[in-house]
Write a protein that binds this ligand. Structure first.
Ligand code: GAL
Length: 753
């Protein structure tokens, strides 16, 4: 009997109030709206709103026809994530107790509650308030969780004997003869003991079967059993590495038809006592950024496409080799993309400085389990964070989290992110937020700096040039310092500006700590990260300047910092050669690509302002050029979409980036003139419109409806040429094989039900 896994993301009726406690004497409540998942309980401006605006109870209701052919199977509703607490009702009956916690998946069995061959009423009560009984709440929290059924929901129908989960553990990764041990958790929900044949297959992602192993397994009645099958002497297996992240598929099949598969990679990741992190036996200095999973306007309710895009930005635009999922387990789509790209991950449980009572701690321990069971097959994950971020010591609690993590996943070390020196080390790796401008030396042999910069130097894209340059240099300097320490590496705070509570950030509900803004548009610090990429992959040449006379205190930009991965840079002012610079290896000996610092460009004070031209060389070859116009006048409005094709599922989205630039495409940070965006065709605009363009840049998003067609997007602003682009919305019934919503590791049948 084959399992059915069906995506239930379509056609929910969404009520913005608690439908079970509406008073009959009050005004008529608002009618429900039809929505697709992921869904945010309220759309908000990108800043200047209150955290109370999403803290309410809402309901999501749906009619679900359960085919008579599913009689005899066990039915589950699997929720990937609902913020913050959820209770499921099927045909008016509670399917279980309230699920507490918004960051980890949960399932309700609904077999006994459904009517086969008929329509069934599915209702979910969602409490999105910041409940102190649920991690991360109870104290102050420097981020917002937002609300709604913000991840996907699936119906799963399995035979009475079925596979619960798989844990595939690649071994001997560095030997030509590798092995794979697969723990298969099986459930026999019948009243009689049974024996079945279980087959494990290791396949290429193309589906080609490489190795199999079969075994008879005895399954006691009404019990779950874990069996381990080993595939040995596996030859010609490619490693998963950051530059070549080869993935394989592992499939477990029971002779009665149930099957489950997962993606894996063969790699060896070790934090060794010499202080170095090794990937596949090679030392690798970890260089990364922290990421919050939230987006402007939609909170955390970002569809697969946006989640995947963030991983691409971190890997390619910011040249990171690691990301920390601060401060909670993040979207499976994000992690899938990290696997595909070769971006390493430190994943951690939800929390922020506060530890609650025993019941709260029990939920946190439950989060450890849910996170690890969900994610332990991802080759990208190299470390589990099993402390509450920056919490004080709590011996008993952290003995529990560490023991559970080690039991559920003996293949990975534990870390636990702390900010108190000399705090108790129960973990395998000492993971420390060291915000000091002069970093301390590591306290333990296996050491990773998990946060620096951040609140020490908040920086907005529209801050003065000196500040944005300092911001960039602080990141450069810290990575350089870390490079010289006996430390596995450093993960800066943070990739993107993020929405936060009143007690943090700049009061407008944004923490401006990102090297990119909340729209994922670069600040100058992003150019430092970008410049660390290998020139074989991409050439980078970005001056840290707005190249304007009066934007620095009493100075002209004659001391020019340039972030680049070339070997030598020549600078021309107007068309006149002024100076050559080499990477500043003296100040930044531990960076792969140190910044270039020009002096001798000459003061331009009082002279006619001229353009800047930089030419980057590798050997004798000029390989890249960067121009900054002399006049500072907006020359172009730019409108860019990250995707040209979307899926008509009512939730798919792409970013529409807006910027006002000079003639050569450089941002003009003070070109804050509003831009109006309009669309024609079957889609919705999400975002503040007209958009105010702080720092001359920003973004709106385009969300699909359930209709296919072509959408023309137009952006206009006074005095600049109007821009237009077209996006094709593809029908759900004609999906492209490569559409990211269809991740090979997930067996989803994406048809409307
Ligand atoms: C850390 C914290 C982060 C963020 C950061 C700002 O203490 O872990 O979540 O608040 O400070 O610098």
């Amino acid at each position: 009997m084959q399992r059915l896994t069906q995506n239930l993301n379509l056609d929910w009726l969404y009520y913005t109030y608690d439908i079970r406690s509406v008073s009959t004497s009050g005004p008529d409540p608002l009618p429900p709206v039809r929505v697709s998942l992921p869904h945010t309980n309220v759309e908000l401006p990108y800043h200047n709103f209150s955290e109370k605006e999403f803290a309410f109870v809402s309901w999501y209701c749906k009619t679900l026809k359960i085919p008579a052919s599913l009689r005899g199977r066990r039915l589950f509703l699997d929720f990937d994530g609902v913020m913050t607490a959820a209770t499921l009702y099927v045909n008016g009956h509670a399917a279980g107790s309230e699920h507490r916690g918004g960051f980890t998946p949960f399932s309700y069995e609904i077999t006994a509650l459904v009517h086969f061959g008929e329509d069934n009423l599915i209702e979910v009560r969602v409490d999105s308030s910041e409940r102190s009984d649920i991690p991360p709440f109870g104290g102050m929290v420097d981020f917002l969780t937002f609300g709604g059924i913000y991840r996907e929901v699936h119906l799963r129908a399995v035979a009475p004997v079925y596979i619960c989960n798989l844990f595939a553990k690649p071994g001997n990764a560095l030997s030509p003869q590798k092995r794979l041990d697969v723990d298969v958790r099986l459930a026999n929900t019948t009243d009689r003991a049974q024996t079945h044949n279980l087959t494990i297959a290791l396949c290429r992602m193309s589906g080609e079967v490489l190795h199999t192993q079969r075994r008879s397994v005895a399954l006691p009645a009404q019990a779950e059993t874990t069996v381990t099958l080993a595939l040995e002497s596996l030859s010609n297996i490619e490693l998963w590495d950051i530059d070549q992240p080869t993935l394989y598929q592992v499939r477990a099949t029971l002779d009665q038809g149930d099957a489950l598969s997962t993606r894996i990679g063969f790699r060896q990741a070790e934090f060794r006592d010499d202080g170095v992190f090794y990937l596949n036996g090679r030392p690798l200095k970890l260089r990364g950024l922290n990421r919050h999973q939230t987006f402007p306007y939609i909170g955390a309710a970002a569809p697969a496409r946006l989640q995947r895009k963030d991983a691409e930005i971190l890997k390619y635009d910011l040249a990171c080799n690691i990301v920390r999922t601060s401060h909670y387990p993040q979207s499976p789509h994000f992690l899938d993309r990290c696997d595909e790209l070769g971006l390493l991950v430190l994943e951690e449980i939800p929390g922020w400085q506060h530890i609650g009572d025993r019941a709260w701690q029990d939920l946190s321990v439950r989060d450890v389990e849910a996170m690890i069971v969900r994610d332990r097959n991802h080759p990208s994950i190299i470390l589990w964070g099993v402390r509450i971020n920056e919490s004080p010591d709590h011996h008993d609690f952290y003995v529990r989290t560490n023991a559970l993590a080690r039991q559920l996943d003996p293949t990975r070390p534990t870390g636990g992110i702390r900010c108190i020196w000399n705090s108790e080390l129960l973990e395998d790796v000492y993971t420390m937020n060291d915000f000091g401008y002069d970093l301390k030396s590591p306290e333990a042999a296996r050491y990773l700096n998990t946060e620096f910069c951040g609140h020490m130097f908040p920086t907005k894209s529209f801050d003065s040039e000196e500040r944005v340059i300092q911001h960039a240099l602080r990141h450069a300097r810290t990575h350089n310092l870390i490079g010289g320490l006996k430390s596995a590496g450093g993960i800066g705070w943070c990739a993107f500006d993020y929405n936060t509570h009143a007690g943090f950030g700049s009061g407008d509900r944004i923490c401006y700590h990102g090297v990119m803004d909340i729209f994922r548009q670069p600040k100058i610090a992003a150019h430092f990260y970008a410049s660390q990429i290998s020139p074989a992959q991409r050439l980078v040449l970005e001056p840290a300047t707005y190249w304007k006379m009066g934007d620095r205190n009493g100075d002209s930009p004659e001391h020019l910092v340039v972030f680049s991965n070339v070997e030598r840079i020549e600078a021309y002012v107007g068309s006149e050669y002024r100076a050559t610079a080499l990477p500043d290896c003296a100040q930044y000996p531990h960076l792969e690509h140190p910044p270039f610092i020009f002096s001798g460009l000459g003061s331009l004070w009082g002279s006619h302002w001229k353009s800047l031209q930089l030419i980057g060389y590798i050997g004798d070859r000029a390989v890249i050029e960067h121009l900054v116009a002399d006049d500072g006048i907006p020359a172009r409005l730019r409108l860019m979409a990250d995707d040209i094709e979307l899926l008509a599922d009512g939730a798919d989205m792409t970013r529409l980036s807006l910027s006002i630039t000079d003639a050569h495409g450089n941002f003009l940070p003070y070109a804050s003139q509003p831009v109006t965006v309009t669309i024609q065709g079957p889609a919705q605009l999400v975002g503040d419109n007209p958009f105010p363009m702080p720092a001359g840049r920003g973004a709106l998003y385009l969300r699909t409806t359930r209709r296919a067609g072509r959408v023309v997007v137009t952006a206009s602003t006074p005095r600049l040429a109007t821009q237009q682009l077209t996006i094709t919305i593809r029908s759900l019934t004609k999906p492209r094989a490569a559409h990211p919503a269809r991740i090979p590791s997930r067996e989803l049948i994406s048809v409307p039900v």
